[in-house]
Design a protein around this ligand. Structure first.
Ligand SMILES: [Zn+2]
Length: 163
Protein backbone atom coordinates (compact mmCIF):
# COMPACT_ATOMS: atom_id res chain seq x y z
CA UNK A 1 0.00 0.00 0.00
CA UNK A 2 1.50 3.33 -1.03
CA UNK A 3 2.39 5.89 1.60
CA UNK A 4 0.21 8.38 -0.27
CA UNK A 5 -2.89 6.36 0.58
CA UNK A 6 -2.16 7.20 4.25
CA UNK A 7 -2.13 10.97 3.63
CA UNK A 8 -4.36 12.74 6.15
CA UNK A 9 -6.37 15.59 4.56
CA UNK A 10 -5.18 19.02 5.67
CA UNK A 11 -8.60 19.82 7.16
CA UNK A 12 -8.38 16.80 9.47
CA UNK A 13 -6.76 16.87 12.92
CA UNK A 14 -5.21 13.65 14.18
CA UNK A 15 -4.92 14.26 17.93
CA UNK A 16 -2.91 11.95 20.20
CA UNK A 17 -4.15 12.95 23.65
CA UNK A 18 -7.24 15.18 23.43
CA UNK A 19 -7.32 15.42 27.24
CA UNK A 20 -3.85 16.27 28.62
CA UNK A 21 -2.34 13.72 30.98
CA UNK A 22 -2.75 14.68 34.62
CA UNK A 23 0.77 15.18 36.04
CA UNK A 24 0.00 12.54 38.70
CA UNK A 25 -0.74 9.86 36.10
CA UNK A 26 2.47 7.94 36.77
CA UNK A 27 1.65 7.37 40.44
CA UNK A 28 -2.10 6.84 40.10
CA UNK A 29 -3.64 3.58 41.27
CA UNK A 30 -4.84 3.04 37.71
CA UNK A 31 -1.33 3.00 36.23
CA UNK A 32 1.61 0.59 36.17
CA UNK A 33 5.24 1.25 35.29
CA UNK A 34 6.76 -1.60 33.31
CA UNK A 35 9.36 -2.62 30.75
CA UNK A 36 7.51 -4.66 28.13
CA UNK A 37 9.32 -7.53 26.41
CA UNK A 38 7.93 -6.28 23.12
CA UNK A 39 7.61 -2.88 21.44
CA UNK A 40 4.37 -1.08 22.34
CA UNK A 41 2.69 2.01 20.81
CA UNK A 42 3.21 5.21 22.84
CA UNK A 43 0.13 7.44 22.66
CA UNK A 44 1.98 10.63 23.56
CA UNK A 45 4.57 10.69 20.74
CA UNK A 46 2.73 8.18 18.49
CA UNK A 47 5.92 6.14 18.03
CA UNK A 48 6.58 2.55 19.03
CA UNK A 49 8.84 2.01 22.01
CA UNK A 50 12.27 0.51 21.56
CA UNK A 51 12.61 -2.84 23.33
CA UNK A 52 13.81 -2.27 26.90
CA UNK A 53 12.32 1.22 27.26
CA UNK A 54 10.29 1.81 30.38
CA UNK A 55 6.63 2.66 29.83
CA UNK A 56 3.58 3.49 31.88
CA UNK A 57 0.32 1.69 31.20
CA UNK A 58 -2.54 3.82 32.42
CA UNK A 59 -6.29 4.15 32.28
CA UNK A 60 -7.25 7.13 30.10
CA UNK A 61 -10.53 8.95 29.41
CA UNK A 62 -10.36 10.88 26.08
CA UNK A 63 -13.80 12.56 26.43
CA UNK A 64 -13.93 16.34 26.73
CA UNK A 65 -17.69 16.34 27.36
CA UNK A 66 -20.09 14.21 29.37
CA UNK A 67 -21.68 11.28 27.64
CA UNK A 68 -23.15 7.87 28.44
CA UNK A 69 -20.31 6.55 26.26
CA UNK A 70 -17.65 8.18 28.42
CA UNK A 71 -15.16 5.57 29.64
CA UNK A 72 -11.53 4.90 30.30
CA UNK A 73 -9.36 2.53 28.35
CA UNK A 74 -5.70 1.50 28.62
CA UNK A 75 -2.91 3.41 26.89
CA UNK A 76 0.88 3.13 26.94
CA UNK A 77 3.14 6.17 27.17
CA UNK A 78 6.92 6.32 27.44
CA UNK A 79 7.89 6.72 31.11
CA UNK A 80 10.21 9.57 30.12
CA UNK A 81 8.80 12.67 28.46
CA UNK A 82 9.01 11.57 24.84
CA UNK A 83 8.03 14.57 22.76
CA UNK A 84 11.59 14.68 21.42
CA UNK A 85 11.27 11.16 20.00
CA UNK A 86 9.33 12.22 17.02
CA UNK A 87 7.14 14.46 15.08
CA UNK A 88 4.01 15.83 16.60
CA UNK A 89 0.97 13.94 15.37
CA UNK A 90 0.02 14.96 11.87
CA UNK A 91 3.32 16.76 11.23
CA UNK A 92 4.00 14.72 8.12
CA UNK A 93 0.27 14.41 7.38
CA UNK A 94 0.39 10.62 7.33
CA UNK A 95 -1.53 8.11 9.40
CA UNK A 96 1.00 7.06 12.09
CA UNK A 97 2.69 3.70 11.55
CA UNK A 98 1.45 2.47 14.92
CA UNK A 99 -2.13 2.67 13.64
CA UNK A 100 -1.50 0.84 10.37
CA UNK A 101 -2.05 -2.91 9.93
CA UNK A 102 -4.24 -2.96 13.03
CA UNK A 103 -7.96 -3.59 13.22
CA UNK A 104 -9.35 -0.24 14.38
CA UNK A 105 -12.65 0.50 16.05
CA UNK A 106 -13.85 3.83 14.60
CA UNK A 107 -16.48 5.47 16.78
CA UNK A 108 -18.18 8.64 15.52
CA UNK A 109 -19.83 11.07 17.96
CA UNK A 110 -22.17 14.00 17.35
CA UNK A 111 -22.11 17.43 19.01
CA UNK A 112 -23.94 15.98 22.03
CA UNK A 113 -21.21 13.36 22.55
CA UNK A 114 -23.56 10.62 21.41
CA UNK A 115 -22.22 7.79 19.26
CA UNK A 116 -23.89 7.90 15.85
CA UNK A 117 -21.76 5.45 13.87
CA UNK A 118 -19.21 2.72 14.54
CA UNK A 119 -17.10 0.68 12.12
CA UNK A 120 -14.22 -1.84 12.24
CA UNK A 121 -11.60 -1.23 9.54
CA UNK A 122 -7.84 -1.23 8.87
CA UNK A 123 -5.30 1.02 7.19
CA UNK A 124 -6.40 3.48 4.51
CA UNK A 125 -9.96 2.17 4.69
CA UNK A 126 -10.08 3.42 8.28
CA UNK A 127 -8.78 6.81 7.19
CA UNK A 128 -11.39 7.04 4.39
CA UNK A 129 -14.11 6.12 6.89
CA UNK A 130 -13.04 9.00 9.15
CA UNK A 131 -13.44 11.37 6.19
CA UNK A 132 -16.89 9.94 5.41
CA UNK A 133 -18.03 10.30 9.03
CA UNK A 134 -16.78 13.89 9.36
CA UNK A 135 -18.01 15.12 5.98
CA UNK A 136 -21.77 14.83 5.88
CA UNK A 137 -21.77 11.80 8.15
CA UNK A 138 -23.23 13.59 11.15
CA UNK A 139 -20.07 13.20 13.26
CA UNK A 140 -18.31 16.03 15.08
CA UNK A 141 -15.40 13.88 16.16
CA UNK A 142 -14.14 10.30 16.14
CA UNK A 143 -12.43 8.17 18.74
CA UNK A 144 -10.28 5.39 17.31
CA UNK A 145 -9.47 2.42 19.51
CA UNK A 146 -7.37 -0.67 18.80
CA UNK A 147 -10.19 -3.15 18.35
CA UNK A 148 -8.48 -6.20 19.80
CA UNK A 149 -7.19 -4.78 23.10
CA UNK A 150 -9.58 -1.85 23.35
CA UNK A 151 -6.85 0.74 23.90
CA UNK A 152 -7.61 4.33 22.91
CA UNK A 153 -5.50 5.26 19.85
CA UNK A 154 -6.35 8.77 18.69
CA UNK A 155 -9.08 11.41 18.29
CA UNK A 156 -9.92 12.64 14.79
CA UNK A 157 -11.80 15.85 14.08
CA UNK A 158 -11.85 18.82 11.74
CA UNK A 159 -9.09 21.39 12.11
CA UNK A 160 -10.35 24.63 13.62
CA UNK A 161 -10.92 26.98 10.69
CA UNK A 162 -10.63 24.07 8.25
CA UNK A 163 -12.80 23.50 5.23
ZN1 LIG B 1 6.36 8.33 23.49
Amino acid sequence: MSDESFAIPTWMKWQALPVPLDPSFASAATSRKMTPAVSVPCRRCLHHTVQGQEVILLSYDPFLGDSPYRSRSPIFVHAEDCREYGAAPNEDNRMPLQQRSKLLSIRGFDEHNMMVRAELLEDAKALRMCEEMLVGGGCEYIHIHYARYGCFAVKVERQAGGE
